[in-house]
Design a protein around this ligand. Structure first.
Ligand SMILES: *[C@@H]1O[C@H](CO)[C@@H](O)[C@H](O)[C@H]1NC(C)=O
Ligand SMILES: CC(=O)N[C@H]1CO[C@H](CO)[C@@H](O)[C@@H]1O
Length: 333
């Protein structure tokens, strides 16, 4: 099987899933909000506190203008959202030829068992993709600007805990999470959790393109050892060259000034959890879960689309829970 990119999802690339048309229709019928004016993010941190939102516990669709383009994203507020209480925010980046809705449904992260106390946000890439892959329509700078503009709008609209903004994503979206972590925009976030990530950018060594603004910058990666799209051992991917995951982790261990690591094997040796102790002296600012027999999908103990699309079934671990538990450990200093 060629080591392609994320094309293996049925709704990837050329073939869009029919649901995307429904989602597109919903998105198109919502009037895009005006772009938030540029301002220092810090000063706007609590501007959204006190604003009433009637649509809670369901997903709502929004637009904003960034770099002169119409962009869109969806938001899921906790069912008991309290307008005067600052909430952590999790941005979830979908894979290529996909949309936020699929990532939301696939990971089930909007369900209260995973995000009862969080604001979930699912941004949509342009042309169904995130910058970094050679098939992406936008430059990394444009998509990073979108993240900046999105955070400004979220802080302005919702009651956000500015020290607890997180990013997760799958495949091409996981690669973009790494691009955020490696850029000045990464300073806005408390922690990052890419899964099955296609790391097309910032992959020329420890400092090769990657300039995180803090150390340690908490990172957790989940990857299938049998991923046929984004190979665990690296190589040519659909959107460019991809580093071997252990190599990529080694770069983060250096950036985070990690001094030691330990591996815990479970499920008969199929699952390997590595925890590093880094500059903060706390175990876990860098973590990795490898599932030997898992392919290119979101790790879940429950069956879902991304598994079915690569002829996989449920696996031993629940990535959505692992990612949320990881985020809960970290607050931006
Ligand atoms: C993207 O990169 C891959 C891997 O290097 C290559 O096979 C493919 O032809 C490239 N596609 C474009 C559009 O440049
Ligand atoms: C194909 C499949 O199993 N999809 C499920 C994914 O998860 C959502 C949310 O729990 C279910 O509603 C789908 O049936």
């Amino acid at each position: 099987m060629p080591s392609g990119g994320p094309r293996t999802f049925p709704w990837h690339r050329a073939t869009m899933h029919p649901l995307s048309y429904i989602a597109g229709f919903i998105a198109a019928s919502v009037t895009p909000a005006l772009a938030a004016p540029a301002a220092t993010l810090q000063a706007r941190a609590t501007a959204g506190c006190g604003k009433t939102h009637l649509l809670r516990g369901i997903t709502t669709y929004h637009g904003l203008t960034s770099s002169g383009r119409d962009r869109s994203y969806s938001v899921h507020l906790p069912g008991d959202y309290d307008k005067s209480r600052p909430y952590p925010v999790v941005l979830g980046f979908h894979g290529s030829s996909s949309i936020g809705l699929f990532f939301e449904v696939d990971t089930k992260m909007s369900e209260s068992r995973f995000s009862a106390n969080k604001i979930m946000v699912y941004p949509n890439g342009v042309g169904g993709a995130w910058a970094g892959a050679n098939y992406s329509e936008l430059s990394v700078d444009e998509d990073l600007q979108f993240v900046t503009d999105l955070l400004t709008e979220l802080r302005d609209e919702y009651c956000v805990d500015d020290s607890r903004i997180y990013a997760t994503g799958i495949s091409n979206g996981g690669g973009f999470v790494n691009a955020i972590a490696c850029s000045p925009v990464g300073d806005e976030f408390a922690a990052f959790a890419p899964a099955s990530g296609a790391y097309y950018t910032d992959n020329a060594g420890v400092t090769g393109g990657c300039s995180p603004t803090r150390s340690p910058l908490p990172v957790l990666e989940i990857h299938g050892g049998s991923d046929a799209s984004v190979l665990y051992d690296g190589g040519v991917g659909e959107g460019g060259m991809e580093p071997a995951i252990p190599t990529w982790l080694g770069w983060w261990a250096e950036r985070n000034a990690c001094t030691s690591s330990k591996v815990e094997d479970s499920f008969g040796g199929d699952v390997h959890h590595t925890m590093w102790t880094c500059a903060d002296g706390v175990e876990g600012a860098l973590q990795h879960w490898k599932i030997d027999d898992m392919g290119h999908c979101w790790a879940s103990t429950e069956i879902n689309f991304s598994q079915i699309s690569v002829l996989e079934g449920p696996t031993h671990i629940q990535a959505s829970q692992i990612v949320m538990d990881f985020f809960d450990k970290f607050t931006k200093p």
